[in-house]
Design a protein around this ligand. Sequence first.
Ligand code: AMP
Length: 192
Amino acid sequence: METIKSLALFCGSSEGADIRYQHAAREMGDLLHQHRVTMVYGGGNRGLMGIAAERLHAQGGRVIGVLPRILDRSDVRQKRVEEELIVVDTMHERKARMYEMSDGFVAMAGGVGTFEEILEVFTWLQLGLHTKAVALLNTAGFYDPLLTFLHHASKQGFIKGELLDALIVDDEPARLLDRIDRFSVHLGDKLS
Ligand code: AMP
């Protein structure tokens, strides 16, 4: 990849009910390795987070975990990435560190933690606080209901069309990464 050196990966601390989510997490780990992209993530060894991190780390890729002190327990820590583990005091500090270190943001399938993280960076894009890519990996149509809702909110006059157009959505990890690499946004004062 030409413009992207590191990506924040937000994804479930669970594995999900459909095996395709785990396959996607592995594929993401492989692709980040192929493209020499550093993965920045929440630092646990659970669920899809752990699967992607382990896969990348096992191949010699760079994985940076940012873990809040409350989750710094041996059962949560991703042991094999400890040398790249940053322990911070609060959840807010964790997010700030993850955002600073990343050139773009990807949400894979996940729960409320994942939604909160990706929607926050999407809000920041809206406010012009950054111009980094915000992307949903739509494995098995996982994000279709959210997209329906976002379009509903847009039709109802709460979300600008330009903002929704800026959200990268793809069900193919390789294509998603390619689109992130080519992303540039000039939303300017259209959204704020
Ligand atoms: P969820 O989607 O609700 O499973 O939450 C996953 C997201 O929230 C991840 O991207 C993490 O940043 C954070 N998170 C939630 N649970 C944990 C955990 N046990 N260890 C590390 N991070 C977690």
